[in-house]
Ligand binder design. Structure first.
Ligand SMILES: NC(=O)C1=CN([C@@H]2O[C@H](COP(=O)(O)OP(=O)(O)OC[C@H]3O[C@@H](n4cnc5c(N)ncnc54)[C@H](O)[C@@H]3O)[C@@H](O)[C@H]2O)C=CC1
Ligand SMILES: O=C(O)C(=O)Cc1ccc(O)cc1
Length: 289
């Protein structure tokens, strides 16, 4: 049981942790900290949090578990603000979509990553933001990746695993670099492609009104281009090396498709689309495992 949980950044992800732990009966009180006064007010009014602070150090003091759920570009400043009240008896974690930069930020702020800080990332979410989008069951059946370091205290890892399990999530461990490589492929690259395609067509739409004739496939492909631009700017800057390497690979693949279409290579196109459909089926099959 968590006595006093502090959520820094009470948006979609932090707000869902707050209401999920309360629904599970696993928390005494929830302290919310947010830089956006209107969002903080909404979190308090809707009962997602019990008390609200705009100051990180004041909110986190005397809490036994502190979850940092701000965009990844803000995590270093949050760690700096936490440093004066950092308690050896509390456990700290984050939910950032990238892990290498969060660990590097902790090293810069503290000299070394504190043994009671457990970097984490729930592989669950949506294209919506803010506490209004929070859901108590957001993490049910979803995966969470923790990237503890050799110096991370086992009891701190246990406490963070217990938090996620009480929300119904399945917890795995990964090395931070490996996490950033894997997530660049399945999350960061698709978001960049959706943003790029939608922006390109958006310019064309001003001339041709093409969106009027878009079908379900366009809606499916571009849903994630409705995601928060500031959050995705931060992710792209934080994991730029992995993302740029994948964009280069993707560009080469796109050129192959282009060449098959240009040269009317029907068999090659059929083989490539079949390979893609089979790969997607493998993805769907493992979702059910
Ligand atoms: N949206 C998603 O589907 C997922 C997001 N994540 C990660 O979770 C984190 C939060 O994302 P969301 O909840 O979607 O964003 P959100 O925009 O819904 O919530 C973030 C909140 O942090 C607050 N904030 C920003 N800077 C702050 C600061 N310096 N101090 C205090 N509060 C601050 C904002 O006002 C906002 O209310 C990000 O690091 C993101 O990469 C992880 C998994 C999924
Ligand atoms: O909207 C979607 O489908 C997502 O993919 C949400 C998401 C966004 C960022 C993450 O780090 C993890 C999940």
């Amino acid at each position: 049981m968590i006595q006093r949980l502090c959520v820094i950044g009470v948006g979609l992800i932090g707000g869902s942790i707050a209401c999920g732990t309360r629904a599970a009966g696993e928390v005494g009180s929830v302290v919310g900290v947010d830089a956006d006064a209107a969002n903080l007010r909404a979190a308090l009014d809707s009962g997602v949090i019990d008390c609200a602070y705009d100051n990180v150090a004041e909110g986190a003091a005397d809490c036994d578990l502190v979850v940092i759920a701000t965009p990844v570009g803000a995590i270093e400043s949050v760690l700096k603000a936490l440093r004066p009240v950092w308690s050896d008896s509390a456990v700290y974690t984050d939910v950032g979509s990238t892990k290498g930069n969060v660990i590097a930020a902790a090293e810069r702020v503290f000299g070394a990553v504190p043994p009671n800080f457990v970097p984490g990332h729930p592989i669950a979410g949506a294209e919506r933001s803010g506490v209004g989008a929070a859901k108590r069951d957001l993490y049910a059946g979803k995966r969470v990746i923790l990237t503890p370091l050799p110096e991370t205290r086992p009891a701190a890892v246990d406490a963070v695993e217990t938090l996620w399990r009480c929300l119904g999530a399945r917890v795995s461990h990964m090395a931070p670099g490996h996490h950033d490589e894997v997530l660049a492929a399945t999350s960061h690259l698709p978001h960049v492609l959706a943003f790029a395609l939608t922006a390109m067509l958006g310019r064309k739409d001003e001339q041709d009104e093409i969106f009027q004739y878009a079908a379900g496939g366009f809606r499916d492909f571009t849903r994630i281009a409705s995601s928060d631009p500031a959050m995705w700017r931060d992710i792209c800057l934080a994991n730029s090396g992995e993302i740029v390497a994948l964009l280069e690979l993707f560009r080469a693949h796109l050129e192959i498709v282009e060449s098959h279409i240009k040269h009317r290579s029907a068999d090659e196109l059929f083989a490539l689309f079949t390979e893609a459909r089979d790969a997607r089926q493998r993805f769907l099959d493992q979702l059910e495992k």
